[in-house]
Unconditional design. Structure first.
Length: 178
């Protein structure tokens, strides 16, 4: 259904406007995701999808750190084979990401079903990212999860290691702090 909608709109309107109009119509799209995609999956896949929904990009070690599943590689491969709205990341070679509309659906589902799980999932994502030298990602996850002390600690270490580094990119990230 989503592919047909995309084909019917191709070329007619800039993609940003199309995505914006679909994102605002979640009440119309969510029943599709729920009935045609979500309920067709096993409990293991549903749990994995929901927990990984906090991630901007997916790789097996990061998914394992966040979900605790030692089957992360297999599950990602299964999702990719099933063409379950998992696509290659444009920013990172060898990484995947959820289709944007599907990711929004999964995040709404997680917020409704288990909002208390979000901060710990984001903290785990931040800790893994920091350990993998993906410090900007770690900072984003810490800030999104409300882990400000971890974010400040990371920023302190970053500034000590490279004094005088341009940190103008921080203003965007710190604008998320309430």
């Amino acid at each position: 259904g989503m592919r047909l909608a995309a084909l019917s709109l191709s070329g007619a309107v800039p993609s940003e406007q199309v995505l914006g109009s679909f994102a605002g119509a979640s009440r119309l799209i969510d029943p599709y995701w729920l009935e045609e995609v979500w309920l067709q999956q096993s409990e293991e896949i549903r749990r994995f999808l929901m927990e990984c929904s906090v991630l901007e990009a997916l790789c097996p070690p990061l998914c394992e750190a966040v979900t605790g599943s030692e089957r992360s590689r297999e599950l990602l491969e299964e999702l990719e084979r099933a063409q379950l709205f998992v696509v290659p990341s444009e920013e990172r070679t060898g990484w995947l990401r959820f289709h944007r509309l599907f990711a929004e659906f999964l995040r709404r589902l997680l917020r409704r079903a288990e909002p208390d799980r979000i901060p710990p999932l984001l903290e785990r994502a931040g800790m893994w990212s920091e350990g993998a030298a993906l410090r900007e990602d770690a900072l984003d996850y810490y800030l999104s999860g409300g882990h400000y002390e971890r974010a400040i600690g990371l920023l302190t270490r970053m500034s000590e290691e490279k004094p005088g580094v341009d940190t103008t990119w921080l203003s965007e990230r710190f604008s998320r702090i309430p």
